[in-house]
Design a protein around this ligand. Structure first.
Ligand SMILES: Nc1ncnc2c1ncn2[C@@H]1O[C@H](COP(=O)(O)OP(=O)(O)OP(=O)(O)O)[C@@H](O)[C@H]1O
Ligand SMILES: [Mg+2]
Length: 269
C-alpha cells in the first residue's frame, strides 16, 4: 500500500514513482479524504485550437487539479472569465471528460462508467444549471420541469404536481403554462433552476445561476439555494461572479494557472 503522506514530503519524481506503485487513485482518495462525496485527483484538461493542430494552439485549462467535497458542503468557484470554471463544472457533471486524472463520486470512478451508468449519474445524482439555460423552446415552463421526472417513468399527474411545486417555489406560480420563449431571461433561468432541482439530486452544479437576474430575483434564488442546502443537505458547487452568492457558500475557490486555490478576498468575483 502506498504511503500517501510521503507524497507530500518527497520530490515530484519520487511522488510519481510512489503513485505508479499505488493500487489505484481510489486508495489515495480514501486514505486522505474520508467519506467525501467528490474526490478529484490529478485532473487535467486542455483544448487544442482547431485552426492550428500543433502544441502552439494548445491551451492547458486545468492542470493536475485536486479537489475534495464533503456531502452537504457548498462551494463557490469564482474568478475571471476564461479561467476554466465552466470546464471544471462540466467535468463534475460528467458532461465533459478530462484528459487525465480521476473523478470519484461516492467512491465510484465516474469516467469508468458505461453509457447507461453515465446517463443515470447525470439524471439522478446531479442537477445542472447551465450558464446558457438550454430549455426546450417548444414547451411550457411546467413541461420543461416535468421532463426529467417523466424520464424516470413517473406518471404524468404526479410529474405535473411535483414540477408545479418547485416552480411555485422559484416564484413562477403565474407562469406555469407559458412557453419558455415568452418568459423573461430571469424567469427562464428560474425554470432552469427548477428543472435542475426537481429530482432533488445529491449535488447541484450551477453555472452562473443568477447571472441574468436582477437583485431582487437573485436574492430569491440565493435564499432558495440555502434553504435546499439546509432542508435536504444538498451539496452545491456554484460558479458565480455574484459576490453575495459566493459569500453564502461555505467555501470559495478560484483557478489560477490551472490550479484550484483560495481566492484573494474581494478581487476575484
Ligand atoms: N470546446 C472548447 N474548445 C476550445 N476551447 C475551449 C472550449 N471550451 C472552453 N474553451 C476555452 O477554455 C477556456 C476556459 O473556458 P471556460 O468556459 O471554462 O471559462 P470560464 O471560467 O467558465 O469563463 P466565463 O466566466 O467567461 O464563463 C476559455 O479560454 C475557452 O475559450
Ligand atoms: Mg463559464
Amino acid at each position: 500500500m502506498v504511503d500517501t503522506d510521503k507524497c507530500f514530503m518527497t520530490t515530484e519524481t519520487d511522488c510519481a514513482e510512489l503513485k505508479s506503485t499505488a493500487p489505484s487513485l481510489k486508495t489515495l482518495c480514501d486514505h486522505n479524504s474520508g467519506d467525501n462525496l467528490i474526490c478529484i485527483r490529478d485532473l487535467s484538461k486542455s483544448y487544442t485550437n482547431n485552426a492550428n493542430q500543433s502544441d502552439k494552439g494548445r491551451f492547458d485549462i486545468l492542470k493536475a487539479v485536486d479537489f475534495d467535497l464533503a456531502a452537504g458542503e457548498t462551494v463557490a468557484i469564482v474568478g475571471a472569465s476564461g479561467i476554466g470554471k465552466s470546464t471544471l463544472l462540466h467535468i463534475m457533471g460528467a458532461l465533459d471528460r478530462p484528459d487525465s486524472g480521476t473523478f470519484l463520486f461516492r467512491g465510484q470512478d465516474v469516467f469508468s462508467f458505461d453509457n447507461s451508468q453515465l446517463a443515470s449519474f447525470r439524471n439522478t445524482s446531479v442537477g445542472f444549471v447551465f450558464q446558457f439555460h438550454y430549455l426546450l423552446a417548444e414547451f411550457s415552463a411546467l413541461e420543461n420541469v416535468m421532463l426529467p421526472i417523466l424520464i424516470q417513468g413517473v406518471d404524468k399527474a404526479l410529474a405535473s404536481e411535483t414540477a408545479e411545486e418547485i416552480l411555485v417555489r422559484v416564484g413562477l406560480k403565474e407562469r406555469l403554462a407559458f412557453r419558455v420563449t415568452k418568459l423573461s431571461g430571469g424567469e427562464q433561468q428560474r425554470v432552469a433552476l427548477a428543472r435542475a432541482l426537481v429530482l432533488k439530486p445529491d449535488m447541484l452544479l450551477a453555472d452562473e445561476p443568477t447571472g441574468n437576474l436582477d437583485r431582487q430575483n437573485s436574492e430569491q434564488v440565493h435564499q432558495l439555494l440555502m434553504e435546499l442546502n439546509r432542508e435536504l443537505g444538498m451539496t452545491m458547487v456554484v460558479v458565480t461572479h455574484n459576490a453575495t452568492l459566493a459569500s453564502y457558500m461555505s467555501r470559495q475557490v478560484t483557478i489560477i494557472n490551472g490550479k484550484l486555490t483560495k481566492p484573494i478576498r474581494g478581487v476575484l468575483c
